[in-house]
Write a protein that binds this ligand. Structure first.
Ligand SMILES: Cc1cc2nc3c(=O)[nH]c(=O)nc-3n(C[C@H](O)[C@H](O)[C@H](O)COP(=O)(O)OP(=O)(O)OC[C@H]3O[C@@H](n4cnc5c(N)ncnc54)[C@H](O)[C@@H]3O)c2cc1C
Length: 450
């Protein structure tokens, strides 16, 4: 039986480890050169920064997971630096350093993780503007800061973590500006308590930043990234409604994460709208089995954001389900234990959503002249015109008319905001405009390979 696992983050690593422990040798694919995924991303092998510096409180976990990945990589058919760009008829299409390839499979675990969720603003396409995840990758993978004076804004736990990591690494953090009001965090506290040490770490980052006199504000509304040929600061409204400006030569922003679901879509998975994630997600049963087709399993942030610890558990759970479906004996007590732990993680996740709500009002009122889709240079106004012009009442129709989401990123960057803008233009809920259908290649391919 040929089993494939896509993704070498916490979910993929634990899935592969579990399959190996039960006698299967999966093909294991990840586009990154080294296993670890987003949170435990590793710098190139010749870099010498220590895990304590790279991963802070998570250093011990990172070491354990990297060791597990390296051991599993020796035993599995591990293919790093390999992108899966299409799936059809139980075959993957890949692109790697040795060219294009095809991998047939009988069963597959998708552990494709997540990326930043962004809302476009005037100025967001200027040089010097990054997503929070992008800013973190620059620091973690390459040991470089995005600028000398950095402003971080948006909302999510990642906002405070990235600001802390930058300040700790010696960068000047000019301000940390959160769109979520302080009251939302206070209200979420009872639910956040389910997170245990994760809550404690979050509070520590905030206290650490405050103790160093770094300007912080909650309940802000970003208005415009300033600058002409490159970013020079941010204009925003504070919680009292006053207009303020902060000067910086680099900014990073983000509003939580969105699951990477393109491969699940191409594989033919059924989707449902998930109000917690404000996203259409592949439908699975409680063990991570896709409801359709029957040979696909999903785990980790790719099927709803739940964090790295939950991703590890979900990866193991999906592998156990795959094994059980092939009449390979698996410990039932372990499956029940994982289910209990994941239920607790869901409580914490709901608390985070309450503390750092996605400011959909900002997405819905993006100014007509603001570039929404940067690949195809489509403005929010052009998308709205697709409603007025052809009565586009669904995202794919609006895409065909306006070209929003038709470029290189395939809507991975602009899709979430485009759905909000379209729903607002139609006066409906975001779920009502559907989701962008995925198209291969899911990411750009070098022409040389084709
Ligand atoms: C940019 C970013 C930074 C983050 N930083 C932190 C942090 O510092 N602390 C924290 O607690 N949480 C962080 N998170 C959240 C955390 O990383 C996740 O909760 C956790 O990593 C989820 O694990 P996962 O295995 O589901 O996915 P991931 O760790 O995201 O792993 C998914 C893997 O799938 C691979 N992949 C995806 N698509 C393809 C494809 N088409 N072909 C081949 N390979 C593919 C990716 O290369 C990646 O290695 C971050 C998330 C993001 C997006």
């Amino acid at each position: 039986m040929s089993v494939v696992v896509i993704g070498a983050g916490p979910a993929g690593i634990r899935a592969v480890e579990t399959l190996l422990a039960h006698g299967l040798r999966p093909v294991w694919i990840d586009e990154a050169p080294r296993a670890g995924g987003q949170i435990y991303r590793r710098p190139p092998a010749n870099f010498r920064r220590k895990p304590g510096v790279l991963y802070g409180f998570e250093a011990a976990k990172a070491r354990r997971l990297h060791a597990a990945a390296d051991a599993a990589g020796q035993l599995a058919d591990y293919r790093p630096s390999t992108l899966v760009w299409d799936i059809a008829e139980s075959r993957l299409q890949t692109a790697g350093s040795d060219g294009l390839g095809t991998v047939p499979f009988d069963a597959m675990i998708l552990a494709t993780g997540a990326t930043d969720r962004v809302i476009p603003f005037p100025g967001w396409t200027l040089p010097g503007v990054f997503s929070l995840g992008g800013a973190q990758i620059a620091l973690k993978a390459q040991g470089v800061a995005i600028g000398r004076h950095c402003v971080f804004f948006g909302t999510s736990p990642l906002l405070y973590l990235v600001a802390y990591q930058y300040a700790k690494a010696g960068a000047h953090v000019a301000a940390v500006l959160d769109t979520s009001p302080a009251a939302a965090k206070r209200r979420a506290l009872p639910r956040l308590l389910a997170g245990g040490s994760a809550l404690a770490k979050g509070l520590y980052y905030v206290a650490w930043l405050k103790a160093r006199g770094i300007a912080m504000a909650s309940g802000i509304e970003p208005m415009e990234i300033l600058g002409t040929s490159r970013a020079s600061g941010l204009r925003y409204r504070n919680s009292a409604g006053d207009e303020c400006e902060v000067v910086s030569d680099a900014l990073a922003f983000g509003f939580g994460l969105r699951s990477e679901t393109q491969l699940a879509d191409l594989a033919g998975c059924r989707f449902r709208f998930d109000p917690l994630n404000r996203q259409w997600l592949p439908e699975t049963d409680e063990d991570g089995r896709a409801l359709d087709p029957g040979n696909i399993y999903l785990a980790g942030d790719g099927v709803g954001i739940s964090g790295a610890d939950a991703a590890e558990l979900a990866g193991e759970r999906a592998a156990l389900a795959l094994l059980a479906d092939r009449a390979i004996a698996v410990p039932d007590a372990r499956r029940r234990w994982i289910a209990r732990r994941l239920a607790r993680a869901k409580d914490f996740r709901q608390g985070l959503e309450q503390a750092f709500p996605f400011p959909e009002y900002l997405a819905r009122r993006i100014a007509d002249g603001t570039v929404l889709c940067r690949c195809e240079v489509v403005t929010a106004g052009a998308l709205r015109a697709s409603v007025a012009g052809i009565g586009a009442d669904e995202l794919n129709r609006a895409k065909a008319y306006s070209r929003v989401g038709m470029g290189r990123c395939q809507g991975r960057v602009c899709g979430a905001a485009a759905a909000e803008v379209l729903a607002a233009a139609l006066g409906g809920e975001i779920a009502s405009v559907g989701r962008l259908r995925s198209q291969p290649p899911v990411k750009p391919l070098p022409m040389g390979l084709l």
